[in-house]
Design a protein around this ligand. Structure first.
Ligand code: SF4
Ligand code: SF4
Ligand code: SF4
Length: 339
């Protein structure tokens, strides 16, 4: 099926009483930056291009939320324009926050009530490096796993719709009530493949200096290497790289009480902050700055791989853009491989 952008706007407008709709918008501050905002028929939005400044995680795992009792609202949400690097991030969070014995109640509610409409990237930022992690700048089915409910592939001023789940089928039925959908032609498919090849080349060119198919075992194998001490020199331990990452979920749980109620509040924490994991008496598992710095790389590439059989880095490049010390994760890993 194919839908025009004007029909999509009509669709988003028509369902607002039932769903909250979030779409990427340009910011007033920086023309290149995109941020998720609630759909407003008066404001233009950008479904394609590249990732937003904040990861989609921020709509599912808020900086601070009451988890007992869970504070997540139950209204249904459509989040459109999600990029593949953020879909991969949600897949990691699903493993961490919904499985086994630990279920984060708010995340579960947000996830169940949200419909994800992803979109192929049509551009890339200088920090984008999904291809180095064997990911694509557009979602594809991997080992039978589809991470979107609906995916949109831009073709001129229209989008090819690919349905990925039961929720996607549900949305498509609603789309049909409001929009005029046409069939996908061979020409549409050819344009989609050409667009995908072009953006893939763009991301490859951006990362021409870096080696794909990396051996991430070196991060732990070289864990005592003097290199770490050099690499962490410029780090000011601000935690920006973890706060902006689509797969970070470290938390701190506080008890709060008033005369009326008792509640538990979960807030983001960061392994990069001084005092993280410190225990009473001042004991800490990572005494030196270089150990703290190294932990993020180990967590993303070794620990998460071990725990979830997935890398915890999706190649979105946000930590590189956010770092005030201009530390580039790609360079850090490459230099370790050269030790
Ligand atoms: S990292 Fe890849 S998927 Fe993510 S925005 Fe950049 S090009 Fe798109
Ligand atoms: S480690 Fe950096 S590049 Fe990798 S997913 Fe997190 S923010 Fe993105
Ligand atoms: S953003 Fe940069 S300076 Fe801040 S903690 Fe991360 S690596 Fe260190």
């Amino acid at each position: 099926m194919v839908v025009s952008k004007s029909d999509l706007i009509k669709f988003f407008n028509s369902i607002q009483s039932e769903y909250e709709v979030y779409v990427p918008h340009k910011t007033e501050r920086e023309v290149d930056d995109l941020v998720f905002k609630k759909f407003d028929p008066e404001k233009d939005f950008v479904l394609d291009k590249y990732r937003t400044v904040d990861p989609v995680r921020a709509l599912f795992y808020m900086p601070s939320e009451t988890v007992l009792p869970p504070s997540a609202k139950s209204k249904k949400r459509i989040i459109a324009g999600v990029k593949n690097c953020d879909l991969m991030g949600l897949a990691v969070l699903d493993d961490a926050l919904l499985k086994d014995n630990f279920v984060e109640p708010n995340y579960k509610i947000w996830r169940e009530n949200s419909y994800i409409i992803s979109c192929d990237c049509t551009g890339a930022l200088p920090t984008c490096h999904c291809i180095l992690l064997d990911n694509n700048p557009y979602p594809v089915e991997k080992e039978g796993e589809v991470l979107y409910d609906i995916n949109l592939s831009p073709v001129d001023d229209k989008y090819i719709i690919t349905i990925g789940s039961k929720k996607g089928e549900e949305l498509a039925e609603k789309l049909k009530e409001v929009c005029t959908l046409s069939s996908v032609t061979d020409n549409d498919k050819e344009i989609r493949e050409a667009n995908r090849a072009e953006v893939l080349k763009k991301v490859r060119d951006i990362n021409a200096d870096f080696t794909p198919d990396r051996n991430y075992d070196v991060i732990t194998e070289n864990k005592e290497a003097a290199t770490w001490k050099e690499l962490c020199n410029e780090c000011v331990q601000c935690g920006a790289c973890t706060n902006i990452c689509p797969t970070c979920y470290c938390l701190i749980l506080n008890d709060e009480s008033t005369n009326e109620e008792f509640k538990k509040v979960r807030s983001w924490d960061s392994c990069q902050l001084v005092g993280y994991a410190e225990v009473a008496g001042g004991g800490t598992p990572r005494e030196h700055k270089w150990e703290t710095f190294r932990n993020r790389y180990q967590c993303k590439h070794n620990f998460m791989k071990f725990n979830f059989d997935k890398l915890g880095c999706t190649g979105c490049g946000r930590c590189i853009s956010a770092c005030p010390a201009e530390i580039d994760l790609r360079e850090v890993i490459q230099s370790l491989q050269e030790v």
